[in-house]
Design a protein around this ligand. Structure first.
Ligand code: SF4
Length: 356
């Protein structure tokens, strides 16, 4: 194994794929059932001084409800910032587990609920804290930079936490200080950051099961069928897919591209939950999902994260009504992780990446 790349064990990689394929999505609801649940949720939010903090990848109904009720729909950076600044007593995180943990670590006095605590992330699963701690201990002269898509325990080992919305700026900042860097866990985002910054990092080899599935050959064919379409790619995608992009960036960057570019057609290589916000901001533009299958392999995600899809109106109503799905983080872990989380937020606020 090269020092530069630490592969995750094959057994763990297969287990992650198995888990992703076994996830049960929320059953579809009829319009009247949806309306009844929305009314119930709005009343519960009000009665409990609660707010919804939703990710761009969850169901459109949840995103709309978060906006209607004074919550937020955002990327993981803005979700963390919003939760920390909110004066709600309860935050309901519609997203995946690490987002709930981040909210709890930043706001220990608030109750953090999630519709389903089983909603995880392949990047989080692919970076077990114990193995990662051993790897870091072998390189004590390195600054440890971890993506937000990690457990609270992994964040507690880190010097810096980053998201795709600030990773470039933070790594550049560390490069200017002459730091050597350990990067975890996303291999493609790490590779893209290396190319953008010119720095070499020791990289953990985790992957996102959604972005890892975008296919170059099929994307090239789609580009030929839609010669005027611009290609938008999230940097958790493989390097050869990124090479075909007109715009590469975080969810926020991709949404902004659809809104501000003059082009009318876009091929989008990220989770299709993002179409809600893109279509809201640019209702007349045509959006196409980048291809995720080829002739040989079965699709594991079809451009939609199975864990994000565990969030629905029914379990959102249930968690508020029954006060279930509370996210708890061990206090010693929280205190250790808080330094790197706060550093990230302070850096992002000073750089104008999120609201002060
Ligand atoms: S889309 Fe990928 S990175 Fe995001 S939560 Fe799902 S598995 Fe994790």
């Amino acid at each position: 194994m090269s020092q530069k790349e630490l592969d995750i064990p094959t057994q763990l990689a297969s287990r992650i794929d198995e888990l992703a394929l076994s996830v049960a999505c929320q059953p579809p609801l009829g319009e009247s059932a949806k309306e009844a649940l929305k009314t119930e949720i709005k009343a519960l939010l009000k009665a409990q001084n609660a707010q919804i903090v939703a990710h761009f990848y969850v169901d459109a109904d949840l995103q709309a409800l978060a906006e209607e009720t004074g919550g937020v729909v955002a990327d993981s950076l803005e979700m963390a910032n919003f939760g920390a600044q909110s004066d709600a007593d309860t935050i309901v995180v519609c997203g995946v587990r690490f987002m709930g943990e981040t909210a709890k670590m930043l706001s220990p006095e608030k109750t953090i609920l999630m519709p389903d605590l089983g909603a995880t992330c392949s990047l989080d699963l692919g970076c077990p804290a114990e193995e990662f701690a051993e790897f870091c201990a072998e390189h004590p002269d390195h600054t440890v930079v971890v993506y937000a898509n990690t457990s609270a325990e992994v964040k507690a080992i880190a010097d810096w936490v980053v998201t795709s919305g600030n990773a470039l700026q933070i790594v550049n900042h560390l490069k200017e200080q002459g730091k050597k860097i350990i990067w975890a866990p996303d291999r493609h985002l790490g590779d893209w950051i290396e190319k953008q910054t010119g720095i070499e990092m020791l990289r953990w080899q985790g992957h996102c099961i959604v972005h890892d599935e975008f296919k170059t050959f099929e994307l090239e064919a789609m580009k030929k069928e839609h010669p005027n379409a611009k290609v938008l790619v999230h940097p958790e995608s493989p390097a050869d897919v990124i090479a075909l992009a007109d715009v590469v960036g975080s969810t926020k960057v991709l949404i902004n591209a659809v809104k501000t570019m003059d082009d009318q057609e876009f091929i989008v290589a990220t989770d299709l939950g993002i179409f809600y916000k893109m279509q809201q901001l640019a209702p007349n533009k045509k959006l196409l999902v980048a291809p995720t299958t080829d002739r040989e392999a079965a699709c594991k995600s079809c451009a939609h994260c199975p864990w994000m899809a565990m969030n629905g109106l029914q379990n959102l109503a249930d968690c508020l009504k029954n006060r279930t799905g509370e996210v708890l983080v061990d206090e010693a872990v929280r205190v250790k992780a808080l330094g790197s989380l706060n550093k990230m937020l302070e850096f992002s606020r000073n750089a104008g990446l999120v609201k002060k």
